[in-house]
Design a binder for this molecule. Structure first.
Ligand SMILES: Cc1cc2nc3c(=O)[nH]c(=O)nc-3n(C[C@H](O)[C@H](O)[C@H](O)COP(=O)(O)OP(=O)(O)OC[C@H]3O[C@@H](n4cnc5c(N)ncnc54)[C@H](O)[C@@H]3O)c2cc1C
Length: 414
């Protein structure tokens, strides 16, 4: 049994990520009599903070309206609606600012440290460790937790054991259901994990020859479901990416896992048009541009390479002029522009920001404290809970919010 310091109450935080750090340093600061120990499985701390946002760390999102913010979380929105009343984006910005870290917003709302370096966030969190006497133990993988009367027995790999009065589990998301077993053994139920935030594969499809083309405004719909997203799409050498696709992958994470990521989508490359309104536009083009070659110059604001590709796929010949466009070819071209069907065969995890959907069921956690409703003295923070957001800083905001709420509740519980 490893001995812990001091005579005060012990808090063991499991996981050295954003949520675990936020819980540990805030609890220690708010209640100096607490002895806080953070256990990290690996030999690295804050590893996701380091790589996130391409090494810049997308700390939060420039959104100051809770009802708007919660629309960015496919799972956990109602839970967060309450949690954000305690600690929101404004509090995150202030927390870092008070410690000398200014954040800036980009045009799409993502917020980064002004230094554009995740190292700034890591240093800021690490600087809180010593003044508040948080002990960090690395290479300390928790294998099981038991509670005997009021004491938690936390069993680590290599037959090590620590005891604690309070435990906060902030171990992040796991991609295999079996890895959650030690949490299930405490009596908690787990929503099975599935990947979220992935891109769509269309192996061998000719459209992949347009890799690198970005279409700024599209509407992508998953056939046979209500799932649809409007926004930019990026054509890659293996398929489709971009915000509209990533958002769809997040909202559809469960449905798409059920069909093993084999499904059909329909893309409207011109979402301000439907078949009828585009037909009208084409009638005008036949007159206005009668003598011009159709393929040469796109007439509807699409990237030229995509316009040419969709035209060719519809049967528009290289030298065909607007006045000579056969009705059958025109109809096919219009369909391809506003109802382009693609069959998706598999997914690729989005390297920039990957999360798992699933985790500890939220109805087993008290949103006001992040305390387990099943095991008193047990708390949760971060991605281990069944909460996940789309890309843009929403996942980190959840880690800060739940880390802070658990810290406050723990600090006040003695
Ligand atoms: C490449 C990448 C980029 C990302 N970019 C962004 C972004 O820009 N913006 C955004 O909002 N989100 C981003 N995310 C998501 C975000 O990083 C996570 O949602 C967030 O880190 C979750 O924090 P957490 O503390 O709950 O879990 P984690 O950061 O996963 O930390 C959990 C820690 O617990 C440890 N652990 C696990 N099991 C045990 C155990 N049994 N015993 C002891 N320790 C254990 C792990 O080793 C890990 O260090 C990104 C994710 C990835 C993978």
């Amino acid at each position: 049994m490893e001995s812990m310091r001091g005579n005060g109450k012990q808090l063991v935080v499991i996981g050295g990520g954003a949520a675990g750090f936020f819980c540990a340093v805030n609890a220690a600061r708010q209640n100096p009599s607490l002895n806080v120990t953070l256990l990290e499985k690996t030999s690295k701390l804050l590893s996701k903070v380091k790589i996130s946002g391409g090494g810049r760390c997308n700390v939060t999102h420039h959104c100051f309206d809770i009802s708007e913010m919660i629309r960015k979380y496919p799972r956990g929105a109602n839970f967060l609606k309450k949690a954000f009343h305690q600690f929101f984006t404004t509090d995150t910005i202030r927390w870092f600012e008070e410690r000398g870290v200014a954040l800036k917003a980009e045009a799409d709302g993502r917020m980064f440290p002004v230094t554009d370096s995740s190292g700034t966030i890591i240093d800021c969190l690490m600087n809180e460790v010593n003044p508040h006497h948080v002990e960090i133990i690395m290479n300390a993988e928790v294998r099981s937790i038991r509670k005997e009367s009021a004491t938690f027995l936390v069993e680590l790999a290599h037959q090590r054991m620590v005891t604690s009065d309070i435990v906060c589990i902030a171990c992040g998301g796991y991609n295999k259901s079996a890895t959650f077993e030690w949490i299930r053994e405490l009596g908690h139920k787990i929503e099975a994990p599935v990947p979220s935030l992935f891109t769509f594969n269309i192996p061998g499809h000719p459209i992949t020859h347009l890799m690198g083309v970005t279409v700024p405004d599209t509407r992508v719909k998953i056939v046979g479901s209500k799932l649809a997203e409007r926004g930019p799409v990026l054509i890659t050498h293996w398929g489709l990416s971009g915000p509209a696709v990533l958002r769809l992958s997040a909202w559809g994470a469960r449905e798409l896992a059920v069909c093993s990521w084999q499904f059909a989508i329909v893309i409207n490359w011109l979402p301000d048009f439907n078949e009828n309104s585009l037909k009208e536009r084409f009638q005008h083009l036949r007159i206005e541009s009668a003598s011009q070659k159709i393929i040469n110059k796109n007439a509807v604001g699409l990237p030229q390479r995509l316009w040419q590709f969709l035209g060719e796929q519809s049967g528009v010949l290289e030298n065909m002029r607007w006045a000579d466009l056969p009705i059958k070819v025109q109809n096919q071209f219009i369909r391809n522009l506003v109802n382009y069907e693609l069959v998706i065969k598999g997914k690729t995890t989005f390297k920039e920001e990957f999360v798992t959907a699933g985790g500890v069921l939220l109805n087993e956690i008290d949103v006001n404290t992040m305390q387990s409703k099943i095991v008193p003295g047990l708390y949760f923070a971060g991605e281990v809970m069944n909460v996940d957001g789309i890309t843009g800083g929403f996942n980190f905001q959840h880690a800060w919010t739940s880390g802070w709420i658990s810290a406050k509740a723990i600090a006040q519980s003695f």
